[in-house]
Design a protein around this ligand. Structure first.
Ligand code: ZN
Length: 220
């Protein structure tokens, strides 16, 4: 580790440069420090007093909120799907549209949220309808990038249901774009992931995109 002195001043955000205080801090073992103490220290470094009345219970609340928002790490697709896989000869597209989605971007730990649209063409098995939403929830309750979230949902259906094809579109707003940086309040990020028939058959793909691409806001 670098022992260079006189780097940038200590700050809540650090500089991210190699050898900077922020970089060195990441190698300090904090595993025995209670989560609440880490949150209190974060509040302090942002310039407020974690002991003032309004903030006293905040570290505990943040801990509980983060546990909830990252509970997807403890789950597998099998947990989300359970025994809700049914034999069925239906061979047409099944589309679950407008699934509410809330996640945290892994770059800033700020929310991104919007709607997911999931379609598949069964090949002997169908999935309980609510389970599609549970898969979306499982993968979004982690630190994510929207691109990977979209791929993971598609891949889990591809592997677990073995359909003829699967397609996922997510349209989302990112608070790290809206609240900071470029502050593009109205820009929506759209990602898609496709497997099987949706890749191979242009008409199937177009039907899916026509059914899902909507002019409305994910907020409405
Ligand atoms: Zn971000």
């Amino acid at each position: 580790m670098s022992s260079r002195k006189g780097g940038s001043a200590r700050s809540a955000t650090g500089t991210g440069r190699r050898g900077s205080p922020a970089r060195r801090a990441m190698s300090v073992d904090l595993s025995d420090v209670p989560y609440e103490a880490l949150v209190a220290e974060t509040i302090r470094r942002c310039g407020d007093d974690p002991d003032r009345e309004g903030l006293l219970k905040t570290p505990q609340r943040v801990k509980e909120a983060m546990q909830f928002l990252t509970q997807g790490y403890g789950m597998t697709p099998a947990d989300a799907i359970g025994d809700a896989l049914f034999e069925e000869c239906h061979r047409n597209m099944v589309l679950v549209k407008d699934i509410e989605m809330y996640s945290l971007c892994e770059h800033h730990l700020l929310p991104f949220f919007g709607k997911a649209h999931v379609a598949y063409i069964p090949d002997g098995k169908i999935l309980g309808l609510s389970k599609t939403a549970r898969l979306v929830e499982m993968y979004s309750r982690r630190f994510q990038v929207q691109e990977r979230l979209t791929e993971q949902i598609a891949q889990s259906i591809w592997e677990n249901i073995r359909p003829q094809g699967v397609a996922v579109v997510i349209e989302a707003y990112h608070l790290c774009m809206m609240m900071r940086g470029v502050q593009k309040q109205n820009s929506k990020t759209i990602t898609s992931a496709m497997r099987g028939a949706f890749l191979e058959d242009q008409r199937t793909r177009e039907e899916f995109l026509r059914l899902t691409t909507s002019p409305h806001s994910p907020l409405s």
